[in-house]
Ligand binder design. Structure first.
Ligand SMILES: [Zn+2]
Length: 100
């Protein structure tokens, strides 16, 4: 094959792995933030290698700046249709359109 082959079964498995890694990272944030961060990075690498898009619901569940998952301490404010998320770890602020 000349073109990069896409295998739906492989992509499905990769997606499952990405979701799994995010679940692990979430549960690990407090006990081992370094490992949690590594899991997030790994999931991004898998997505890149497989050329798949991480679902927005997962992509929005962690901080782009420090790579740690958001949690209950994360401050979220909604104003004028804009959702402002402040990371409890590094203080990075993200603004997202509220409706999607
Ligand atoms: Zn952060």
């Amino acid at each position: 094959m000349v073109h990069k082959k896409r295998d739906p079964r492989l992509e499905g498995a990769a997606m499952e792995r990405i979701i799994q890694l995010h679940e692990l990272a979430k549960g690990m944030k407090l006990s081992d933030p370094v490992l949690a961060k590594r899991y997030i990075q790994l999931s991004e690498k898998i997505a890149e290698r497989m050329d798949i898009t991480i679902p927005p619901r997962i992509k929005r569940s962690y901080c782009k700046n420090c790579g740690l998952p958001y949690d209950r301490d994360t401050r979220i404010r909604i104003k004028n249709g804009i959702c402002t998320v402040a990371c409890s770890n590094c203080g990075d602020i993200r603004r997202l359109p509220y409706k999607y």
